[in-house]
Ligand binder design. Structure first.
Ligand SMILES: [Zn+2]
Length: 231
């Protein structure tokens, strides 16, 4: 699963990006209504169910969907959902594909938690997992879903994208610290600064900026590689 790649039916709607410093909560949903007989409806079918109640919602309203067989599909991914009125800018919507009176399978619960942890790599401020009913007058996500289980699994420690980036650059910092070549030091530091800025912007989906910085970085990396050969 790659949260940076929304489902094609969601991608073309061009929804706003979720902000790294704003997202702090995962909201659990289900499909509601009567028990589902088809447990593997397509993302378009699910979008149609939402549209029956809210004609303005053009494609699947959730960030990701969890099926009973333990599989999942990215819907809006890192883009803003339309899953919880008044809270869409700071929450992620993950939905079980089950109807009223149905309980998620063990596989589905594990997958929900895994997907929530994936989200937390991008949004480290997420500290809460709540049912839709906590934020809106609804029965969602049903009485068969154990929020304790979801919270326990979803909030387990993860290595964030940011931490991964810092670790991957640690050796570069150490090496740069040992060099006495000022140009190497300057270029390396500048490269790190741009790369850290880049990852921040990438998470914010600032495409124009990203393209510009990537070009600048390519030049800089080439020069750093040249300098490294001389040392
Ligand atoms: Zn809901």
């Amino acid at each position: 699963m790659d949260l940076t790649k929304p489902h094609p039916t969601c991608a073309k709607q061009n929804y706003p990006a979720l902000m790294v410093d704003e997202v702090d909560e995962v909201i659990a949903h289900y499909m509601g209504g009567t028990a589902l007989s088809d447990l593997k409806p397509s993302i378009e079918t699910i979008a149609g169910w939402t549209r029956d109640n809210n004609p303005d919602i053009l494609s699947c309203a959730y960030g990701a969907l969890i099926y009973q067989d333990g599989s999942s599909v990215v819907a809006r991914g890192l883009h803003q959902g339309a899953h919880c009125r008044g809270h869409n800018a700071h929450t992620i919507g993950i939905a079980f594909v089950i109807g009223g009176g149905q309980a998620p399978t063990e596989a589905a619960i594990l997958e929900f938690c895994r997907v929530a942890r994936e989200y937390r790599k991008y949004f480290p401020r997420i500290r809460a997992v709540n049912p839709h009913s906590m934020r809106f007058k609804t029965e969602c996500c049903g009485y068969m879903v154990s929020m304790d289980r979801l919270r326990q699994g979803s909030l387990a420690p993860v290595e964030t994208e940011w931490e991964k980036f810092i670790k991957s650059r640690y050796d570069v910092l150490v090496r740069a610290g040992k060099m006495e070549n000022p140009e190497y030091w300057y270029n390396t530091m500048y490269q790190l600064e741009l790369e850290s800025e880049l990852i921040e912007r990438y998470l914010r989906k600032d495409a124009d900026y990203t393209e510009r910085v990537e070009a600048e970085l390519a030049t800089l990396r080439a020069r750093v590689a040249e300098l490294e050969e001389q040392i």
